[in-house]
Design a protein around this ligand. Structure first.
Ligand code: AMP
Ligand code: GLY
Length: 426
């Protein structure tokens, strides 16, 4: 089969990498892709941009794609999956209406309430007065979330009522601005991806992401600075529990509403003392968690995504997983998550790939006029390694990071460290 992958990040590079290892996949094309993906697959631009449904349909039709896999949220929210399916092409990704589970936190809360999914108490506010009331009702630490898409950066968690109010005011000032004030959920976070075909669900393995920019979770939230899997500290039965209490009820509720969910439901959880609570839903694979989850998936990916797209997950044999540990570390550009500096020369990628101990996935990279690899975004590279132990995987991934050079770049040095030390307790 021929697969078109929409997107240009390290998540899409990981997806393309896995698809190109699947013997049932004859050809992979990425739109627009990136210089790393270009080593594995043809890269085609969508002249009107990947959020233009017709532009993506035209490309998929011209290529004769059998399956379109949509990576990022923006094209999903814009209706790319609807248009691809309407053109008669199988698509892995939810419709615009189903993607509202990610696109609107208020909508996600409404669905969770209808499906009786365990989550934090929340107030959806549209005025400063409502925000003040909600902050006082729930108390500190305050959790203030922008209602719409914000690339993981719309959330402020703070003990300062003033800072909470400032963020809420900024969110309310946007057009149609609404803000969600939520109960603070304490406990380690887990990301679980669940494949959905509109009615059946198949969970992947859990991973943990590191959202804050600095070591020890210092500094602002980012899109994600690193991840690892498996989570040896997670309670037995966690995945079954989350499928039973979260994924299946949500998929059933979306089906009942006439907006079935097809694609990956990304469940962000806090494991609190009172049990798992949903922090957020996303309607797509997570970045950087995908890099470690797919590093461990032994079942060929193309057939799995096609089964989900075609409504045939119930026919899929049990997924097979490597027992190895996988770790990824994001190398970010100077000033990320603020406005990143771009255009810096990147070196060492081929040496790291050639080491056989780690590999490099591209995100914010480009070729300059002299065909040299340069930075072109905030999260520039994602280094991935696997090992028999978490310690070995960490050693390899950090050796890979040390082998790269990008002036002004930064990365976290403590990805998976507390798990390696056995310091995470639930
Ligand atoms: P979100 O965009 O909803 O994923 O939130 C980004 C990050 O903010 C999460 O990964 C958490 O680290 C933190 N966060 C969000 N909601 C809460 C909450 N209710 N309690 C504690 N931390 C939260
Ligand atoms: N790593 C979290 C996300 O993809 O939103």
């Amino acid at each position: 089969m021929k697969v078109l992958v929409v997107g240009s990040g390290a998540r899409e590079h990981a997806i393309v990498r896995s698809l190109s290892l699947d013997p049932s996949v004859d050809e992979v094309v990425a739109a627009p892709g990136n210089p790393g993906i270009a080593a594995l697959a043809a890269c085609e631009p969508v002249p009107t941009g990947i959020t233009d449904p017709q532009g993506v349909v035209d490309l998929a039709t011209r290529l004769g794609a059998d399956l379109v896999v949509v990576g990022p949220e923006a094209p999903l929210v814009a209706g790319v999956a609807d248009a691809v399916r309407a053109a008669g092409i199988a698509c892995f990704g939810p419709s615009a209406r189903a993607a509202r589970l990610e696109g609107s936190k208020a909508f996600a809360k409404e669905v969770m309430s209808a499906a009786e999914v365990p989550t934090g108490l929340a107030h959806v506010c549209t005025t400063v007065e409502e925000v003040e009331e909600a902050l006082d009702a729930l108390g500190a630490p305050h959790v203030v979330k922008e209602d719409g898409l914000a690339a993981g950066k719309g959330v402020v968690v703070t003990d300062s009522r003033d800072e909470a109010l400032d963020h809420a005011r900024a969110c309310l000032a946007k057009e149609g601005g609404a803000v969600v004030i939520e109960e603070f959920l304490d406990g380690p976070e887990v990301s679980l991806f669940v494949l959905c075909d509109g009615s059946s669900v198949v969970p992947l393995v859990p991973a943990q992401d590191f959202k804050r920019v600095g070591d020890d979770d210092a500094g602002p939230n980012t899109g994600g600075m690193g991840a690892y899997s498996p989570l040896d500290w997670a309670p037995d039965g966690l995945v079954d529990d989350v499928v039973r209490r979260v994924a299946q009820p949500v998929v059933d509720e979306m089906h009942r509403r006439g907006t079935p969910f097809t694609g990956v439901l990304f469940i962000g959880l806090a494991l609190t003392s009172r049990g798992p609570r949903v922090i957020e839903f996303n309607a797509r694979f997570g970045d950087p968690e995908t890099q470690v989850v797919l590093a461990r998936l032994l079942t060929p990916l193309g057939g799995v995504l096609m089964a989900a797209a075609r409504g045939r997950l119930d026919e899929l044999p049990r997924l097979r997983w490597s027992p190895e540990h996988a770790v990824t570390v994001v190398v970010a550009a100077q000033s990320y998550p603020g406005t990143p500096r771009t255009g810096d020369l990147i070196s060492g990628v081929e040496e790291v790939d050639g080491s056989g101990e780690a590999y490099v996935l591209h995100a914010g990279t480009a070729r300059d006029d002299d065909d040299r690899l340069v930075s072109a975004g905030g999260r520039v590279l994602s280094v991935v390694a696997t090992g028999e132990s978490l310690a070995q995987a960490r050693e390899r991934v950090y050796a890979g990071v040390a082998g790269l050079d990008l002036p002004g770049s930064h990365h976290r040095t403590d990805i998976a460290l507390r798990a390696e030390q056995g310091a995470i307790t639930v």
